[in-house]
Design a protein around this ligand. Sequence first.
Ligand SMILES: *Cc1c(COP(=O)(O)O)cnc(C)c1O
Length: 494
Amino acid sequence: MEYLSTRDKTLRKNAAQAITMGLSRDRGLFTPVSFPSISALEVETLRGMSYQRRAAYIMGKFLEDFRPEDLEQFAENAYGPDKFDHPAVAPLRKVDGRTWCLELWHGPTSAFKDMALQMLPQLLSASLGMTREKKTACILVATSGDTGKAAMEGFTGVDQTKILVFYPENGVSEIQKLQMATQEGENVGVCAVKGNFDDAQNGVKRIFSDEAMREELTGRGYFLSSANSINWGRILPQVVYYISAYCDLLEAHEIKLGEPVNFCVPTGNFGNILACYYAKRMGLPVRKLICASNCNDVLTDFIRTGVYDRNRPFHTTMSPSMDILISSNLERLLFDMSGGKDELVRDYMGQLAETGRYEITPGMKKRMQEIFYGGFCGEEETASSIAMLYRYGYLIDPHTAVAAKVLTDYRHETGDKTPAIFVSTASPYKFCDSVLTSIGQVPVENSVDRIAQMAEITGVAAPARLAGLKGKEARFHDVTEKELMEEKVLQFLQ
Ligand SMILES: *Cc1c(COP(=O)(O)O)cnc(C)c1O
């Protein structure tokens, strides 16, 4: 399987090169030249397998250069019982007769980012070997919370890699800060930035495009790489759980082989829902993809009108991982929806950079609307969605609550009775403050103590690693001015 750049189809790489590079030199995103199919017979075979074996099989279709036994081993390492606290890895929970919730937060950091970031480091390591890269990969991450911790947890102890995470000093929750500051491992580093998330992100981008820095690092035996969801090695492991969820519905005799289902995905950077679209492209019987946003509803408008316009106020919400106005992975969908017209994608991305706005062709809009539905959910509705599901005995986080609400809206609006799965992207224990308030409780003062408080009130067990944060000593205390991030990188790579 070859991978091409969404901005220049003639630029082609193999999987190992695409994963090592992360982003194409022309700033396009690597996308498979075609989609391997998954037949009904194969789905039937996968149905009897563990999550790990399903993952190795499905990823193998895109990674023919990798040895199947290696992929099996990677899946065992990534999704084993020492990492995931549920034997099904990504279990489905039945909500009512035709609604299920796909829980993607049973990994080490209690957010769905683990599903990909437990796998990516192994794919990257193998890719370094296959491309005969001798230098050490230095992964730089700017995070607004979930990615930084999940990336460190994935890369800790991985040979030939080092990882340095920058987070906005006052822009992440106290739980998230503590999760990062207590990270173990010799090859990891964490540094707070005096500024907001954009300052941290701009600093990382500046370092990536600094030629002098690149030369200096090469001299020291390093090259820079990314663990962001623009990397193909992060999208591919996410295709797996959509197919796996379908297999689980079959296995539970809830649907018949070939029967269509709908998925509703809480969306930020468009990585997770893109993986669902790719599963559909492979032939998985998915009817509608429901794209759920919070009040940063740029994608809702785009799907409804065909106009992408980021010129609008930015809202800080209780689902912060979806507070985003530029969804990077949409570029891969545009490429596919246009029938592979790279010049069109270049044009749209140029307009987005210059004016913050572009409008797709009527043909593309029609194709998109046949497959996607867009909806959004405000803050009050998010809180009542949490409260409503809690009354039915199910405690969910604010991101998941957005998806649950938008699915309900979709059903009311369209009357579509197709069995549907909404995707749960974080444990409610990562957002105790918002969840407790939504169910009518007053959170206690100390943020770590809220974990025990919520467990006591709801009777739902907290993930052991989050509960274990209480009393844990922080290892990292570094803070930097945003202009001095370069020096932190150089110190880290001494
Ligand atoms: C990252 C994240 C999202 C958004 O996922 P995308 O792939 O960026 O669309 C949603 N919920 C949670 C909890 C996340 O961490």
